[in-house]
Structures are given as C-alpha cells and as structure tokens.
Design a protein around this ligand. Structure first.
Ligand SMILES: [Zn+2]
Length: 163
C-alpha cells in the first residue's frame, strides 16, 4: 500500500505564531495543574459530544510528560487504537489553549478514516479549533483568536468575523 500523501501543511507556522500572539499574557496562557488540564480535557469533549463533533467515543487520555525527545513540540495527540486517543502535554504545554489546539485535531479526525489526506492545520482544522476555544473558554477568546488569524490571513472554513 502506498503511504498517504498528506497535503502540504501550508499554514502550520503562521497558525502557531498567531495563536501565541493571541494568548500570550492572557489567563489562557497560565500554567495549569495536571488536574485542571484533565478537567478542561473532559469539558471540551463533553461539549463536543453535545455539539455533535464527537460521537460516543471515550474521552481522550491526557498524559503529562516531561520530555518528548528532540523532534517533539510542546504537545501532540495520537490515536493508539481506533477507540483510544491520547493527548500528550509537556510541562510547558499545560495551557488551556494548547489543550484546545490538540483537542481540535482529534475532533477533526473523529469519524474519518485514518488514511484520509487532510491538511493538518488547514481551513477545516481552523474552524474546529475556533469552535473548541469558544466552547471551552467563551466567545471573547475565540474572537481574539479570529482576530490574530485575520491579521495574518489564515484560511478558515468558517468566517473570521467576530461573533
Ligand atoms: Zn497542531
């Protein structure tokens, strides 16, 4: 079988920079305790279930790790089996918006075949991420993120005007 050719992740670094610009210095950038991370994780997937994004699968396991190796960033997610998904956070990644960012990746892939070719931080991802921030923290914060995305012309499947 040929490996899946994922489309180029064109917006990745632009989106990374825009989210840091949006949240640095705000309460969403404050370091959380492990139990607070767990509470945010459960809250976001419970809301996603209600909103129809997440269909009866179990809430992803949250793992806090001290070091992920030289190639890994502050956080990532992976599906260890079809039913089990994990979010890994380093100690620097224990932030509300980082959990929303990783949760949005899982929500985007929920119900899709594992080999689907999808731009990792493409316009569909952006729409789910904005939903996740709004659902977890409120419209004030999703509007702030939209503003940061507008400024650098991030492509989005939803309108980037304020709610
Ligand atoms: Zn990402």
């Amino acid at each position: 079988m040929l490996p899946v050719e994922h489309p180029l992740d064109k917006q990745q670094y632009k989106l990374y920079d825009a989210q840091v610009a949006a949240f640095t210095g705000t309460p969403l950038h404050a370091a959380l305790s492990t139990s607070e991370c767990g509470r945010f994780n459960r809250a976001i997937f419970s809301r996603a279930t209600l909103a129809g994004y997440w269909h009866g699968m179990s809430i992803p396991t949250l793992e806090i790790v001290t070091c992920l190796g030289e190639y890994a960033g502050t956080a990532y997610w992976f599906r260890s089996t079809r039913e089990k998904t994990r979010i890994r956070l380093t100690s620097e990644g224990k932030l509300g918006w980082v959990i929303a960012h990783e949760a949005a990746h899982i929500l985007l892939m929920a119900g899709r075949p594992e080999n689907i070719a999808l731009e990792m931080h493409g316009k569909e991802y952006v729409a789910v991420y904005l939903w996740a921030v709004g659902a977890l923290f409120g419209k004030k914060w999703s509007n702030r993120l939209k503003g940061a995305f507008r400024e650098v012309s991030i492509e989005s499947a939803c309108a980037l005007k304020d709610d």
